[in-house]
Design a protein around this ligand. Structure first.
Ligand code: C6P
Length: 412
């Protein structure tokens, strides 16, 4: 394990914790700038998964044998770890899900199904990922509710001057992203939650791009729901969580029906367990939850303030250097930004650019990033996106610029 001094972190040693970063692509050292899509995994997480399958694997909450007890204890310990990590008051406020998408669908179906009526309004923003848009469209179709959107300004920030006029009495929920996965905008979550609460509106935060990058405390932010994915924060795929304030979670009906979420079942009727177990029907992703807890241990060893500082330095440096390239338009705020930068180049379409870059070992993402309305807002069909994590280096960004310069020459 790397050494962590109070103020200095040996980022090269940290990078050494990620075996995959030693891979090569097309004969070149891999430069992985696609962590917003999914992060790479440190050895500690890979080992935790291996240890679970070698020493603890069994179903949870079902058996009385030794392995089942071990698996159940590890699974519930992981829930407590997630609760601590985001500052929840209790582990009972944490539902394990497959990720952000499922967490938001759970709220839309269970909470929305019970509390949303015809004429109610769900307030979103134009920068939402499809995962925080489509579930609300489906709810609106089912219930006759309406959606309303906070506009995005040219600099990639929300038009907050519009907020008070949008937060009318029909609004029941304000759901917004913490960090935009295309623009890198960091939204003022605590302020947005306070504005929503001031008029009796609940607030849901999509923390997919933030929870692994900066400190989050749900009680300080004041949100009612928080959704996130493990795979973007060094954890495994297929696991994530929904945080919901206890009082709200307790008021929500089940989402899926099936095994282990029940107290008793007759042929006619079922009574359900308390939250959070009421929302976890069927065999859960036990290994995933344990891997997520290992990822949290790992991130906390480095420290989220240091991760945020390092990540945002990388993103700012990349945004600055990109402006040196001819015919390049960089999206998002210029001062503070999350760990990513989206851009378009006159020289080539994002798909051609990312395919070209891959030939040099550089992994970026090109396309609409599940943000079609936002792309439309900026008059583009897609962007190229370089996204960073604490294992990336300034040298990798310099290499990215060299490769993009080669792309300009090649395509023109
Ligand atoms: N964005 C990206 O490349 P899931 O797929 O459920 O883990 O996360 C969905 C999601 C929700 N909200 C935001 C802000 C996101 O960025 C994502 C995932 C990836 O940008 C895949 S499209």
């Amino acid at each position: 394990m790397h050494k962590i001094a109070a103020s200095t972190i040996d980022w090269d040693a940290v990078r050494g914790d990620f075996p995959i970063l030693r891979e090569r692509a097309h004969g070149h050292p891999l430069i992985y700038l696609d962590s917003a899509a999914t992060s790479q995994k440190p050895r500690a997480v890979i080992e935790a998964l291996r240890n679970f399958y070698e020493h603890e694997n069994a179903n949870v909450h079902r058996g009385l044998h030794t392995l089942s007890t071990r698996a159940t204890e590890a699974y519930e310990k992981a829930r407590r770890r997630v609760a601590e990590y985001i500052g929840a008051a209790s582990a009972d406020e944490i539902v394990f899900t497959r990720g952000t998408t499922e967490s938001i669908n759970l709220v839309a179906q269970a909470w929305g199904g019970k509390f949303i009526r015809q004429g109610d309004v769900i307030l979103l923003t134009v920068m939402e990922h499809h995962s925080n848009l489509v579930p609300w469209q489906l709810l609106a179709e089912r219930t006759g509710a309406r959606l309303r959107f906070v506009p995005v300004l040219d600099d990639g920030t929300l038009d907050l001057d519009q907020l008070s006029s949008l937060l009318t009495p029909e609004v029941k929920l304000f759901a917004f992203t913490h960090i935009s996965n295309s623009l890198g905008t960091i939204n003022p979550v605590a302020n947005l939650c306070a504005k929503a609460h001031a008029v009796g509106v609940l607030a849901l935060v999509d923390a997919a791009q933030s929870v692994g990058h900066l400190p989050i405390n749900v009680r300080e932010l004041g949100c009612d729901f928080l959704a996130f994915s493990g795979h973007k924060m060094c954890g495994p795929t297929g696991i994530g969580a929904l945080y919901a304030r206890a009082e709200i979670l307790d008021s929500m009906p089940p989402y899926h029906g099936g095994g282990e979420m029940i107290v008793s079942v007759t042929l006619e009727k079922t009574t359900f367990k308390k939250a959070p177990h009421r929302f976890e029907a069927g065999t859960p992703n036990v290994a995933g939850a344990i891997g997520l807890a290992a990822a949290i241990d790992y991130l906390e060893q480095i420290g989220r303030p240091a991760i945020f500082e390092h990540d945002s330095q990388l993103a700012r440096y990349a945004a600055e250097r990109l402006t040196e390239l001819p015919g390049t338009r960089v999206f998002g705020p210029t001062d503070e930004r999350g760990a990513l930068v989206g851009f378009v180049m006159d020289a080539a379409h994002p798909h051609d650019l990312t395919t070209f870059a891959d030939q040099y070992g550089l992994a970026m993402r090109g396309g609409h990033h599940c943000n079609q309305p936002l792309m439309r807002r900026f008059g583009v069909s897609g962007t190229t996106r370089a996204s960073f994590y604490f294992y990336n280096t300034m040298e990798e960004i310099d290499r990215m610029i060299e490769i993009l310069q080669a792309a300009v020459r090649f395509f023109s």
